[in-house]
Design a protein around this ligand. Structure first.
Ligand code: BDR
Ligand code: CA
Length: 312
């Protein structure tokens, strides 16, 4: 039976590839896509989410708008990485798919109450605002979540938006702190692993050569995204951060990590948003996350190729 998931996202080129991978995979049933403010403001992320779902030809999947700002801080965005639309690379038409009227947080609450307890996985690939807000408003749903598979954090790789913090956690550290303390089983994809999920030129060109419209869109997004990382890290290839979450759901054996304690710094002078990961288990604090540190890169890209080729 397909795994039921809700994708919580701030697209974002790599978010877009994650959404396409999920929509192309029969092992996964996407109950809904919820937008959050992150890479760009909510008014753009919700439009981008609808464009992506429509591109995949999956207008049966509802798209919601969630929170437009972090729980306790002003929004920090990342146009310098993702472009002014958040999804620069290819011009997609304005979506015909309407935005759902229901607030995204209410959708998350309602879906978790409606579906069997322990059957729904949350996949946050942006700041954790919507998830924390849903847990605040409806604590009864916390015990009903199967698990959370998220992209966020960094430890050995250190930060990308500050020297200490990864973007998704930095934007809303209070939300992240509440989610990591919730008791829900967490699988986290930090920069330590996502910086190994780098596109190759051959893979991008194979995407561009796919006969449908999705492959060339993926190629244009990763080309746009690569430019930033090439200048910053000197690496060639774009890191497919967010698709690691969906790939783990489909093929967990491609990834390696450890069950450890991870705490979120919310008060640091220089370290706000840092994920303090007890990899060496020296704190005595109980594990609360499966911290993924390595992957079979070729296996993940083979999976992406095979699945994205199924899309229109
Ligand atoms: C994360 O931040 C965003 O810019 C990406 O989409 C990813 O979710 C990487 O730090
Ligand atoms: Ca993202």
């Amino acid at each position: 039976m397909a795994q039921k998931i809700i994708i919580d996202t701030d697209p974002g080129q790599d978010d877009a590839v994650a959404i396409l991978l999920a929509l192309a995979s029969p092992e996964i049933e996407v109950l809904g896509v919820v937008a959050v403010a992150g890479n760009v403001p909510l008014a753009l992320t919700e439009v981008n989410a609808r464009k992506i779902v429509e591109l995949a030809g999956r207008t049966d999947v509802p798209v919601f708008a969630g929170c437009d700002r972090p729980l306790a801080r002003p929004l920090v965005t990342a146009e310098h990485v993702h472009g002014k639309t958040g999804l620069d690379g290819i011009d997609l038409p304005a979506p015909g798919l309407p935005l759902q009227a229901q607030h995204g947080v209410e959708f998350i609450i309602e879906a978790l109450r409606r579906e069997a307890a322990g059957s729904v996985t949350l996949v946050p690939i942006g700041p954790l605002t919507n998830i924390a807000e849903a847990f605040r408003r409806a604590p009864d749903i916390i015990g009903r979540v199967k698990r959370i598979v998220l992209m966020g954090g960094a430890y050995f790789e250190v930060g990308n938006i500050t020297p200490a913090a990864e973007f998704n956690i930095y934007v809303d550290p209070e939300a992240a702190s509440e989610v990591f303390a919730s008791g829900v089983p967490i699988v986290m994809m930090p920069l330590d692993v996502t910086h190994r999920a780098l596109t190759s030129r051959d893979w991008v060109e194979a995407m561009r050569a796919l006969p449908g419209r999705c492959g060339p869109a993926v190629a244009s997004w990763t080309d746009f995204f690569e430019r930033y990382d090439r200048e910053k890290y000197g690496s060639s290839g774009a890191p497919l951060h967010d698709p690691c979450t969906i790939a783990w759901l489909i093929r967990p054996e491609l990834f390696q990590g450890r069950e450890i304690n991870v705490e979120i710094e919310t008060e640091g002078r220089f370290t706000t948003g840092m994920t303090v990961a007890d990899w060496w288990r020296v704190s005595g604090r109980a594990p609360n996350a499966l911290f993924i540190r390595d992957l079979d890169r070729d296996g993940m890209f083979a999976l992406l190729t095979e699945r994205l080729a199924r899309l229109p």
